[in-house]
Design a protein around this ligand. Structure first.
Ligand SMILES: [Zn+2]
Length: 209
């Protein structure tokens, strides 16, 4: 399909690879699954406190012109987890929610509060932060806590994003975002900032071609 200016991008924005100690997803498997999927063609790599998977995954994805990898990480701040999308580097320490949000802004990346009402989430603390979005649909979080996050994002006027938070291949793409953007990282991040994103659950995650 030829990509015109803006189109509908389908993206899973929270994925762990083997560079997270608790994940078994190899970059090669991730790229193969993305290539094989019928409509999800964009993912963000968000390992715990690591950006090591970004380069090898992007390298592997170069073989497939219709898939896109957003480099990122999930930072364990003192208050709870935050995603940074659009970075090849880790934020400077110490990792406070404020410093991570500032870092993201300084490099034109975006910061997202991950699963605010689950374990390792920062809950109400997110209210005072200058972040770009709240993760309102997390694949590893129960419905009630996701709904709470959705209400919270609405209340504070921030866009909501989705991410499978996959740590194994069977968990990939369980949820996804529909984003009105062109097929490149800058356009996708800008669209998320503007709230041109909606979150969805897949009834059959392994929707392969
Ligand atoms: Zn995670």
């Amino acid at each position: 399909m030829k990509q015109t200016k803006d189109s509908r991008i389908h993206a899973d924005l929270h994925i762990h690879t083997v560079y997270s100690a608790d994940s078994v997803v190899q970059p090669k498997m991730l790229v193969d699954m993305l290539n094989a999927h019928s409509f999800i063609k964009v993912i963000a790599v968000t390992d715990h406190d690591s950006v090591r998977a970004n380069k090898p995954t992007i390298e592997l994805a170069k073989a497939y012109p219709d898939i896109l990898i957003i480099p990122g990480c999930e930072i364990s701040t003192v208050e709870g987890d935050m995603l940074v999308l659009g970075t090849h580097e880790l934020p400077p320490k110490p990792w406070t929610p404020e410093s991570v949000a500032d870092y993201a802004r300084s490099i034109d990346a975006i910061s997202i509060v991950a699963h605010p009402f689950r374990s390792y989430g920062m809950g109400e603390y997110a209210r005072k932060l200058k972040v770009n979005a709240i993760e309102v649909l997390n694949g590893g979080t129960n419905k009630e806590d996701n709904n709470k996050a959705k209400e919270f994002a609405k209340e504070i006027g921030l866009p909501g994003t989705a991410g499978s938070d996959a740590h194994q291949v069977s968990e990939l793409f369980s949820v996804y975002n529909q984003i009105d953007a062109a097929m490149n990282v800058d356009s996708i991040l800008a669209a998320i900032k503007k709230g041109m994103v909606s979150t969805h659950t897949q009834t059959s995650p392994c929707n392969l071609t």
